[in-house]
Design a protein around this ligand. Structure first.
Ligand code: GLN
Length: 256
């Protein structure tokens, strides 16, 4: 680092430190929980002109804010690719992941998950006139998934070829433009895309797609944070907060 840059970095660090000290007066060391997310997953997380945490809005963002506040802290969001979230968590770049993330056994090998707060399933989005009625009907179709999502793993396990996209919106555009026949993605998010785009419908196949439990991930062994998160989630499940948020954001996104 050049000297001038160093001085500036130091000054910036001091300003940030001063900010932290005044902003969390009394709440003690580490008054902030930095949540990583991928804000491409409505109604759980998306970018809005004004969100609950900065420009980030959605069910998960409201949950994250409540968790922080109930523990006398503030919530910050780091928005990144879905695929990078668990690595960023392991590196300590973020404290927790809240991203409509399914608690899978594979992911449990590297991180710890909170109490689950939402149950979803994979569904198929197809054109209204599609003849796809079951997952097996995808066999000779062009399938689109989103990279690193559980939908990709499901299609992989079924042994079908597919194309993976970075964002749900990109995969749905392929479908709208007739370049693919089916998008496999989580149910609530699929609902949002179907209400946003003409001529699409959802096909479910409960025998092919298992239910998935969304949970918040923390670094393995971070029981201190995990206990705080679990306590908040349990409270929000018991008093209906999470249910209300799900209704609110599902209605809001389908009315747009
Ligand atoms: N539930 C899916 C998964 O865990 C998708 C999550 C997401 O895209 N944010 O892979």
């Amino acid at each position: 680092m050049k000297k001038a840059t160093k001085v500036m970095a130091l000054a910036a660090a001091m300003v940030m430190l001063a900010g932290t000290l005044t902003a969390c007066g009394g709440s003690g060391k580490g008054g902030k929980i930095t949540f990583g997310t991928n804000a491409e997953f409505p109604p759980f997380e998306f970018v809005a002109s004004q969100g609950v945490i900065d420009q980030y809005d959605g069910i998960d963002m409201a949950i994250a804010k409540n968790i922080a506040e109930q523990n006398g802290m503030t919530a910050a969001i780091e928005n990144m690719e879905f695929d990078s979230l668990l690595v960023a968590l392991q590196n300590g770049q973020i404290d927790a992941v809240i991203a409509g993330m399914t608690a899978t056994d594979e992911r449990r090998e590297t991180v710890d998950f909170s109490t689950t707060y939402y149950t979803a399933t994979q569904v198929m989005i197809v054109k209204e006139d599609s003849d796809i009625a079951t997952a097996a009907d995808m066999a000779d179709k062009k399938i689109c998934v989103i990279q690193g999502y559980t939908g990709e793993i499901c299609v992989q396990d079924m042994g079908y070829p597919y194309e993976a996209f970075k964002k749900g919106t990109e995969a749905v555009m392929e479908l709208v433009n007739g370049k693919c026949d089916v998008v496999v993605i989580d149910s609530a998010t699929a609902q949002k895309y179907v209400s946003d785009n003409e001529g699409l419908k959802i096909v479910e196949d409960a025998s092919a797609f298992e239910s998935e439990e969304y949970a918040i991930a923390v670094q393995k062994g971070n029981t201190e944070l995990l206990e705080k998160i679990n306590k908040s989630i349990e409270g929000m499940l018991a008093d209906g907060t999470i249910n209300e948020l799900a209704v609110k954001y599902t209605e809001a996104v389908s009315e747009e």
